[in-house]
Structures are given as structure tokens and as C-alpha cells.
Write a protein that binds this ligand. Structure first.
Ligand code: TYM
Length: 334
């Protein structure tokens, strides 16, 4: 890790299970970037409590996430892997940025609008303020690139606006980050409603595939996937969003291009596409699940990786925070 490498930071909230959509939209790029970038990957636990969590379940899920990060190929020797709550500078910079964010900017966030208008949603201030904490996560490490799915684009734009505004007022303190959104798979859709994104907070488990789903469950969920009218298998996200979603997943998990699969399925029905997609996902996840089982069994080892990651992250985050506090006119800590 040298200072001259571009700096990458990203994370996933442990507010539900880790899904294939997270892998496709974000994590596979993390794995691809770890050799060429100075990379930091977080367990985004502070964000997870913007919706109610059962403490015992949250703790178990946090270990699951770290073990899955490793099982998917993130190497703790090459990356800084840490829990957001272990580095208090995130909450501190979040507060400072709150004081430079306009209410209207947060009111415009589509993800907040979606989450806060769901039936029965209890809206806390944290849910509203969540993009500001996300900006702090990124700006603390002077990240140049943030590999995420398409749904985070608006949050990244806010982060850039806040960095530019702060720099304009106080001098060049923050790097203005670029989103890194994949060309394919940036928005994987629900298996039950191809008009909605696949989401860990979806009440129907049939709508998503978790990285830890059993092979039989994966096959069942794909077989029940909602597809489109007609029977031809071709990639057309507007006319055939369900089929296009399956073809995208099949292509990514099999490593073969979509046109090859279109040719392969000529004259076949949707059933064949569903089974083939399920088989590709099962084959891809099987070694990940095996590695996960071994890694997850040793919580002390996972704790040690997080402790090491947090120690390294803290040093870097504190440097930025000190510069921010100084620029704001706070007294130095003697
Ligand atoms: P989260 O936990 O909702 O999602 C984690 C990552 O997965 C991507 N993603 C998807 N990609 C493709 N298709 C989908 N259906 C899909 N659903 C989710 C997300 O875009 C994301 O990259 N606010 C963030 C977490 C966060 C963060 C950060 C990310 C907090 N601080 C700093 C980057 C940098 C979130 O809630 O992601």
C-alpha cells in the first residue's frame, strides 16, 4: 500500500443478509481493485441502526459479513477491513458535515423518500441524516474512488458537493471522490418484481438470493422468479426486464457474455433460463460458502482482523479530522 495509489473506500450495511446484488453491484469490484488500489472496506454498522435492529442478530450478522468479505476474496493483508463503529472519527466528521448540509439537500434524497414513505415506517433523524455520515466515511480517507451500485449515485453526488463546499470555505482539505459504478449489474432487480431493485430489506425472501442461501433454495427462488410475457429469451431491459435481469446474473456468474447465452437459448423457454441461472449462481457460491464456514467458525480471528483494520483506519481518519478541526478554528489538543 503506497500513498501514490488511488484510494478506494466502500462498505455494506449489515442490516439484512448479504445478497448477490451487493456482490454484483459492489463487492466484485472491491476484489478486483484490491491489487491496484489502496483500499479500505467497512462493515457499515452505524448506518445499520437507522432501522431497528435486534442486538444479538446484528452482532451475529456482523461476523457473517466480515467472514463473507474474506470468503469472497478480500485479503486482509492487502486491504484495511474494519467496522465503522470502531473508528469514532466517522461520527465526529459526520457532525461537522451536518453543520454544512442543507435540509433541502437531504429532503431530495430518493432513498430517504423511498424508505420513509414505506407503510409503517418509523422515521428517525438518523435515517434522514444517513447520507451525511456516508460522506464522512468517504472524505475521512481522502478516497478517490467509491465502488458502489447505481442506487448510491445520488449519495456520492452529495458527498462531492459537501467536499467542494467545505474546501471552498476552508481550503483544500478533502479529496473530491468519483463513484465507480459497474457497466453491467449496477442495478440487479427483485426476482419477484423486476420493476424494483433487489434489496435485503424486502419482506419477501423470494425476491433475493443471499450469498449463504442453500443450493435448493437458490433453485427454488429462480424457478419462482417473475418473468415477462412472451417466450423469447433476449436482452431487453425495457420490454423484458425480468429476462434481462436473469441474463445479467447468468452472464456475470458464468463469465460468458449475454449474446452467447441468447444464442444458446434460441428456441428454448424461460424455464431453461431460470435453471441455468440458478446453476451458475450455485456453482459460483459453492466455494465461497465453503470458505465462509471455516472463517465464520473462528470469531477471535475475525475480531483480530477488525482490530488491526481499525487501528490502521483510525490513524488515517484522525489526520483528516485534525485538519478539519483546525480549519474550523477549534483549539488544538495539547
Ligand atoms: P447497501 O448496504 O444498501 O448496499 C451495499 C452495496 O451494494 C449495492 N447494491 C446493489 N447493487 C446492484 N444491485 C442492487 N440491487 C443493489 N443493492 C445494493 C449498493 O449500491 C452498495 O454499493 N449507504 C451504503 C453503505 C455505505 C457506503 C459508505 C458505501 C455507507 N457508507 C461509504 C460506500 C462508501 C448502503 O446503504 O449500501
Amino acid at each position: 500500500m503506497t500513498a501514490s495509489r488511488p484510494i478506494v473506500l466502500s462498505g455494506i450495511q449489515p442490516s439484512g443478509q448479504l445478497l448477490i446484488s451487493h456482490f454484483v453491484g459492489a463487492m466484485r469490484n472491491w476484489v478486483a481493485m484490491q491489487d491496484t488500489h489502496d483500499s479500505l472496506f467497512m462493515l457499515v454498522d452505524l448506518h445499520a441502526i437507522t432501522v431497528a435492529q435486534n442486538p444479538a442478530e446484528l452482532r451475529a450478522r456482523c461476523y457473517d459479513f466480515v467472514a463473507l468479505y474474506l470468503a469472497c476474496g478480500l485479503d486482509p493483508q492487502k486491504n484495511t477491513i474494519f467496522a465503522q463503529s470502531h473508528v469514532s472519527a466517522h461520527a465526529e466528521l459526520g457532525w461537522v458535515l451536518n453543520c454544512h448540509t442543507h435540509m433541502g439537500e437531504l429532503e431530495r434524497m430518493t432513498q430517504f423518500k423511498d424508505k420513509s414513505t414505506r407503510a409503517g415506517a418509523v422515521i428517525n433523524v438518523g435515517l434522514f441524516d444517513y447520507p451525511v455520515l456516508m460522506a464522512a466515511d468517504i472524505l475521512l480517507y481522502q478516497a478517490t474512488h467509491v465502488p458502489v451500485g447505481a442506487d448510491q449515485k445520488q449519495h456520492l453526488e452529495l458527498t462531492r458537493d459537501l467536499a467542494i463546499r467545505f474546501n471552498h470555505q476552508f481550503g483544500p482539505i478533502f479529496t473530491v471522490p468519483e463513484p465507480f459504478i459497474p457497466e453491467t449489474g449496477a442495478r440487479i432487480m427483485s426476482l419477484q418484481d423486476p420493476g424494483k431493485k433487489m434489496s435485503k430489506s424486502d419482506p419477501s425472501a423470494l425476491s433475493y438470493i443471499a450469498l449463504l442461501d442453500e443450493p435448493a433454495t437458490i433453485l427454488k427462488k429462480f424457478k419462482k422468479a417473475v418473468t415477462d410475457s412472451g417466450s423469447e429469451i433476449r436482452f431487453d431491459p425495457v420490454e423484458k426486464p425480468g429476462v434481462a435481469n436473469l441474463l445479467t446474473l447468468l452472464s456475470i456468474f458464468s463469465g460468458r457474455a449475454i449474446p452467447e447465452w441468447e444464442q444458446h437459448f434460441a428456441g428454448q423457454g424461460y424455464g431453461a433460463l431460470k435453471v441455468q441461472t440458478a446453476e451458475a449462481v450455485i456453482a459460483f457460491l459453492s466455494p465461497i460458502q465453503a470458505r465462509f464456514a471455516a472463517l465464520r467458525a473462528d470469531e477471535a480471528a475475525l475480531d483480530a482482523i477488525l482490530a488491526d483494520g481499525a487501528a490502521r483506519a483510525r490513524v488515517r481518519a484522525e489526520q483528516t479530522l485534525r485538519r478539519v478541526y483546525d480549519a474550523l478554528g477549534f483549539l488544538p489538543r495539547r
